[in-house]
Design a protein around this ligand. Structure first.
Ligand code: ADP
Ligand code: MG
Length: 215
């Protein structure tokens, strides 16, 4: 099993940047349908800034890497998502604390802290058609899984299902709520970007194995 350590956290954030760049146009299109069309640009710009900061020197803990993400997302990403994801990564950093690596319960605690930060900041409830609809099932799934890697994998799959489940919902928070009933029938862009962030955490855990863990 891969250690979910500082090197993993670094790979996770770099993978987030790669995935947000790859899905930039898709997230823009999703946000254009029920918002203002900036979500893909916001996420791409934010994680590019995170990588620039990481390039200045290695983080010596999971918490330190996640704190870099929090600071850069808060300062570089406008709109609703910047402060929400910034708070999520900041709370995740505090939850990771002094641990050199995360086990299953620590992954669950980290994801729960992130979700709770988003809820504290944005006041959205489950079913309001926001990123909370991806985070909340992710936290629950992580709690039912075993080791850290299994917890991440369960969380990512649950977030993907949670994002898909936003399609029929009517938005009650954020810009999409201005559309009322017309917001139904579309994916929530923030729930989709959350599923990308959590899938990136899995990819970062698996990628070390393919990079030489079998010798
Ligand atoms: P903006 O809506 O300001 O243009 P973005 O387009 O970057 O910001 O982000 C939109 C996403 O933010 C939505 O798809 C939704 O998931 C999330 N969001 C908006 N408001 C809230 C809120 N109050 N709580 C949780 N998530 C929210
Ligand atoms: Mg937007």
């Amino acid at each position: 099993m891969t250690d979910l350590d500082a090197a993993w956290a670094d790979r996770w954030l770099r993978e987030c940047a790669r995935v947000m760049a790859a899905h930039r146009e898709e997230l823009i299109d999703l946000d254009r349908a029920i918002g203002d069309g900036d979500h893909g640009e916001n996420m791409d710009r934010g994680f590019r800034a995170v990588v620039e900061k990481l390039d200045e020197g290695p983080s010596d803990s999971v918490a330190a890497a996640l704190k870099v993400a929090a600071m850069m997302l808060m300062s570089k990403v406008g709109g609703a998502a910047g402060p929400l994801y910034g708070t999520a990564f900041l709370r995740a950093s505090v939850a990771a604390g002094e641990r050199s690596a995360l086990d299953g319960p620590a992954v669950e605690a980290m994801l729960a802290a992130a979700r709770d930060g988003i809820v504290a900041r944005g006041k959205a409830e489950l079913g309001d058609k926001t990123m909370v609809d991806a985070w909340t099932p992710a936290v629950a799934a992580a709690g039912r899984a075993g080791d850290g890697e299994a917890a991440l994998a369960a969380a990512a799959s649950a977030a993907e299902a949670g994002a898909q489940a936003t399609i029929p919902l009517v938005a009650r928070k954020g810009r999409a709520s201005y559309l009322g009933e017309r917001s139904a029938g579309h994916l929530d862009p923030g729930a989709v970007s959350t599923s990308y962030i959590l899938r990136a955490a899995v990819t970062a855990a698996v990628s070390e194995i393919s990079a030489g863990g079998f010798e």
